[in-house]
Ligand binder design. Structure first.
Ligand code: MF3
Ligand code: CO
Ligand code: CO
Length: 267
């Protein structure tokens, strides 16, 4: 298996899919308030993707080998849920943190992005975890340019996170993406500089670090999908889809409602 290199036409299509995925998060943002259920957020997202965007929610019925079909259109991962939380009838409450992960398919191409939301007034600790994880994602993105190695990305994220006293989840990673939801390469959020694949223009992948306030270890819920922290500490995640360009990178999953990059990114 090899890493596919996207053409100019592929990249134009991915740019559209990426923006659409981000715009779903923009649409959801005013609804992420105490009292709303994650199932209600799922329905809002599903109907918007299908009826307004003319796109497909990639998670719905997605079934990687060894999994049961995913039953919803987005992932909603609350508090100690690391990833793949399934929307349900429980209401968000003041102080919760929730990751909303959206993947759309438009004209056959995927856009995959997630953001953290603090519901109502969050604790200082919760807000710090969310902000630090956002910066960790961008520490990884900042390494992307031709000639860099995948290990440079993982190392930048891991050192930043661990120097702050938090931990990086190892069992899940970023991924190549295109006409296939999850393809090569795996993009680890930990590692050593100068290791793994060399980046070349036209590679498209996600960077989506999961950061725990406590230890890095996870446990699987018996619903076959939900992943939680073993020690029940809070967990945060952010995700962008991007392409390696001749001079660096272009992030596809941006829209009017995207938070600005951190100050260490020169745009
Ligand atoms: N969007 C997730 C990712 O970033 C994958 C979710 S798979 C699902 O890779 F089936 F749970 F939706
Ligand atoms: Co992803
Ligand atoms: Co995602």
């Amino acid at each position: 298996m090899t890493i596919t290199i996207k053409t100019g036409a592929d990249i134009a299509a991915l740019r559209i899919a990426g923006r659409l995925a981000s715009e779903v998060l923009d649409m959801l943002t005013p609804h992420v308030k105490p009292g709303i259920t994650t199932e209600a957020l799922d329905k809002l997202a599903h109907d918007y993707i299908v009826n307004v965007q003319g796109a497909i929610p990639a998670p719905l019925n997605y079934q990687p080998p060894g999994y049961t079909p995913y039953p919803k259109s987005i992932c909603t991962s609350v508090n100690d849920v690391i990833c793949h939380g399934i929307p349900d009838g429980r209401a968000l409450k003041n102080g919760d943190i929730v990751n909303i992960d959206v993947t759309v398919i438009k004209d056959g191409w995927h856009g995959d992005t997630s953001r953290m939301f603090v519901v109502g007034e969050g604790s200082i600790a919760a807000k710090r975890l969310c902000a630090l994880t956002y910066e960790a994602m961008w520490k990884g993105i900042a390494k992307v340019k031709p000639g860099a190695h995948l290990g440079d990305i993982g190392h930048a994220i891991q050192t930043f996170v661990e120097n702050a006293g938090f931990s990086v989840v190892r069992e899940f990673c970023g991924h190549g993406i295109g006409q296939v939801f999850h393809e090569e390469p795996q993009v680890l959020h930990y590692g050593r500089p100068g290791t793994l694949d060399v980046l070349v223009p036209g590679m498209v992948f996600t960077i989506e670090p999961m950061v725990n306030a406590g230890q890095r270890h996870m446990r699987e819920h018996n619903d076959g999908w939900t992943i939680k922290t073993k020690d029940r500490s809070l967990s945060a995640q952010w995700e962008h889809t991007l392409v390696v360009t001749e001079t660096g990178y272009e992030v596809f999953t941006l829209s009017d409602g995207s938070p600005p990059p951190p100050a260490f990114i020169n745009t």
